[in-house]
Design a protein around this ligand. Structure first.
Ligand code: S3P
Length: 168
């Protein structure tokens, strides 16, 4: 079984859908969880104590390790900003089939309002922050993806069936 990599904006459902795929025979992994486990602290605290670049270096490190492990049958949910580095996009392609979970800004705002675990969304107007970041990242996600999966108003079952068809 080839690996599946889930990319997309914060709140696009990568981790929840990844866990769902974890019940379909894949082994679920999440780069944020790996980082938190290693650093013994939260993503908020890593950003606050060391800054974003330090966190990005940790992301490159974990994704490199996953590629080098040669493991198969993984579903890997990656942090929303991980594909921004070009070297990471190359690593993702080596790791498996990259699926972009695309969601409307409205959906993302609904899901992320009240969230306090995402340092990049702190302060200011949430819709503006998401829109600005999405403008910067939209084409990056699309270019990085083997498959673009629109997720708005779709059940996980339907998304799973669409992926299976696309992977055939
Ligand atoms: C980030 C997304 C987060 C986490 C960090 C930065 C981003 O992961 O890696 O807060 O830059 O988009 P999720 O996409 O899982 O929320």
């Amino acid at each position: 079984m080839n690996n599946i990599i889930l990319i997309g904006f914060m709140g696009s459902g990568k981790s929840s859908f990844g866990r769902f795929l974890g019940r379909k025979g894949y082994r679920f992994t999440d780069t944020d969880d790996m980082i938190v486990e290693r650093e013994h602290t939260s993503i908020n605290d890593i950003f606050a104590a060391h800054g974003e670049e330090y966190f990005r270096d940790l992301e490159t490190k974990v994704i490199t390790e996953l590629v080098e492990s040669g493991e198969r049958g993984l579903v890997v949910s990656v942090g929303g900003g991980l594909p921004v580095r070009e070297c990471n996009r190359k690593l993702l392609r080596r790791l498996g089939k990259v699926i972009y979970l695309r969601a409307d800004i409205k959906t993302l705002v609904n899901r992320l309002s009240g969230d306090s675990n995402r340092p990049l969304l702190k302060g200011g107007n949430l819709t503006d922050r998401i829109s600005t970041l999405m403008r910067e990242r939209k084409s990056i996600y699309e270019d990085a993806a083997d498959i673009i999966l629109d997720t708005d108003n779709k059940t996980f079952d339907r998304m799973y069936n669409e992926i299976r068809k696309a992977l055939k």
